[in-house]
Design a protein around this ligand. Structure first.
Ligand code: ZN
Length: 201
């Protein structure tokens, strides 16, 4: 019989940590050991933060963002431009745009992208809610900030078709050369998209 180095409580901690994205069993073991060694400094505050998250975190009923209030802080912020809605697949994308201070608008989180292979259809996403919001007279622009993947772009086309009778301008993120990028290193698809999306200088 193989010997178990740690008690069942520690094994359980390792198993739970191993479920986190980006952590395999080996790094979960390392993370568990780190937490145990830093029990007062890291583990206890982490446990408290997790408990607070369980009790307080809610999904915004308007945009789908995650916050401790519903509607979320973005939806209730009067300084936000309510005339533009940035459509993202996931809360992680919303956070990325906020970190970049890219735009001071409101958001709509779809909850994923259409993916027939994975069985994700329109009913699995919050597309209906988006179409309703787009028909609000105060909304003038829908910005599709979706991944430049086949699923992301087919989702963008699907939404654009549904918005044809809403009185909004539909835009999408530019595709092309990343900031600091060198042309020689780009793949052909990105270069071709950059040429097609060229802008006046
Ligand atoms: Zn919200």
């Amino acid at each position: 019989m193989p010997t178990v180095a740690a008690g069942p409580e520690i094994e359980r901690l390792i198993q739970l940590l191993a479920r986190l994205p980006g952590l395999g069993p080996r790094s979960a073991r390392r993370a568990a050991l780190f937490l145990i060694k830093k029990r007062e400094l890291v583990m206890a505050p982490l446990a408290a933060a997790l408990q607070t998250a369980i009790e307080k975190i809610a999904v915004c009923g308007i945009c789908g963002n995650i916050d401790t209030q519903n509607p979320c802080a973005v939806c209730t912020d009067p300084r936000r431009d309510a005339s533009a809605i940035v459509v993202v697949a996931d809360v992680a994308d919303l956070w990325a745009l906020e970190r970049a201070h890219a735009i001071n608008a409101r958001y709509h989180v779809l909850g994923g992208t259409l993916s027939p292979l994975d069985g994700v259809g329109p009913d699995n996403l919050t597309i209906d809610g988006l179409i309703k919001r787009a028909h609000d007279p105060s909304v003038h622009e829908i910005i599709l900030a979706l991944n430049a993947t086949v699923d992301g772009q087919s989702t963008a086309h699907y939404i654009t078709d549904l918005l044809h009778d809403a009185n909004v301008k539909v835009t999408r993120l530019a595709h092309g050369v990343p900031v600091g990028g060198e042309l020689d290193y780009l793949d052909e698809g990105t270069l071709a998209a950059a040429i097609r999306s060229r802008t006046p200088f």
